[in-house]
Design a binder for this molecule. Structure first.
Ligand code: URA
Length: 209
């Protein structure tokens, strides 16, 4: 598989295992997701452009490097993507945020759009799309297709878990979009859930089950 980055840092893997446990409470699941999102943000933003600025230390004048966080847009695929946002924003607090609302038709497993809101001037911006679970890949693929209409400068996709089926779907539709994940799981079940997975990410983040 090309264009896929598995973030196998020990801290990421440790926290992911704690999240997978069915007995993890809503509060610890949410906290761990936030921590993981921050850790993954380090890897995903590794190639962000830097610009040089002149600063004064208490000792002398020197040149430093800074990122332009405002050029970055974090796009959450509702609703589980929102669980990822805070952790990522703690690392790049200046980032703009967009939202895409899609629901999965339970019969066809296809994505249907109900909400779309992006910052202005997307052509100057680099986008990181976040959704914890890359399952069938239909929602992610539909989200990226819709996002492309705004012509962002670049797009990356970040998830916590990816199923091989979802990776194949996304890479077929959007071969140029790099995928960052903490793990590639075995397969989907007949209802489109990832195995071994961690269950329904949205329900576990928001305590709705
Ligand atoms: N969405 C989830 O929340 N969990 C899965 O396993 C698949 C899709």
């Amino acid at each position: 598989m090309s264009n896929i980055h598995v973030i196998d840092h020990p801290l990421v893997q440790h926290k992911l295992t704690l999240m997978r446990k069915k007995e993890a409470s809503t509060s610890s699941f949410r906290r761990l997701l936030g921590e993981l999102a921050s850790l993954m943000a380090y890897e995903v933003t590794r190639d962000m452009p830097l610009q040089e600025v002149q600063i004064e230390t208490p000792m002398e004048r020197t040149t430093g490097k800074v990122i332009d966080g405002k050029k970055l847009v974090l796009v959450s695929i509702l609703r589980a993507g929102n669980g990822f946002l805070d952790g990522m924003l703690s690392v790049v607090p200046g980032a703009r945020v967009g939202h895409i609302g899609l629901y999965r038709d339970p019969r066809t497993l296809q994505a249907v759009e109900y909400y779309f809101k992006m910052p202005s001037e997307m052509a100057e911006r680099d986008v990181i799309v976040v959704d914890p679970m890359l399952a069938t890949g239909n929602s992610a693929s539909a989200a990226l297709t819709r996002l492309r209409q705004t012509q962002p400068r670049s797009i990356k996709f970040v998830c916590l878990l990816a199923a091989p089926e979802g990776i194949a779907t996304l890479q077929t539709a959007h071969p140029d979009v790099p995928i960052y994940t903490a793990a590639i799981d075995r397969q989907l079940n007949g209802h489109g859930y990832i195995l071994p997975g961690l269950g329904d990410a949205g329900d576990r983040i928001f305590g709705t089950k």
